[in-house]
Design a protein around this ligand. Structure first.
Ligand code: 13P
Length: 124
């Protein structure tokens, strides 16, 4: 079971900070990410991350497919709520499939903290 990490461009710095702060926890999970997010996270944190395609090229859908196959146990997706994205339908589809499968989904830093807390509680 993997944990997915995704951030739109305006939120990538926030996700890097979050992943750096929580790297000791995150390194225990199989991490997956959309293309650019994964590249930047790996460079900044040294975490081992399986990179999917970039979001606009289908990465959100690839992560959605993992959710649909019950291969993903949580999605942390720092969306940019202030910028229109060309692949908005893919983003909506990912959020929807998380709800369909009742997969914890965080779309901002406060909920990302809560999701990570929940994951570590499940482990104990
Ligand atoms: O657009 C994204 C998610 O919708 C993120 O894609 P990148 O990680 O490739 O920037």
């Amino acid at each position: 079971m993997s944990v997915a990490l995704i951030a739109h461009d305006e939120k990538k710095a926030d996700l890097i900070e979050f992943a750096t702060e929580h790297s000791a926890i995150l390194e225990h999970y199989d991490l997956i990410a959309t293309g650019t997010t994964g590249k930047k996270l790996m460079e900044a944190t040294g975490l081992d991350i399986e990179r999917k395609a970039s979001g606009p090229l289908g990465g959100d859908m690839q992560i959605g497919a993992e959710v649909a196959s019950n291969e993903c146990e949580a999605v942390i997706f720092l969306r940019d709520p202030l910028t229109a994205q060309p692949h908005e339908p893919d983003i909506s589809a990912l959020l929807r499939i998380c709800d369909v499968h009742d997969i914890p989904l965080a779309t901002n830093l406060a909920s990302a903290d809560a999701v990570l807390d929940g994951l570590t509680k499940d482990e104990n």
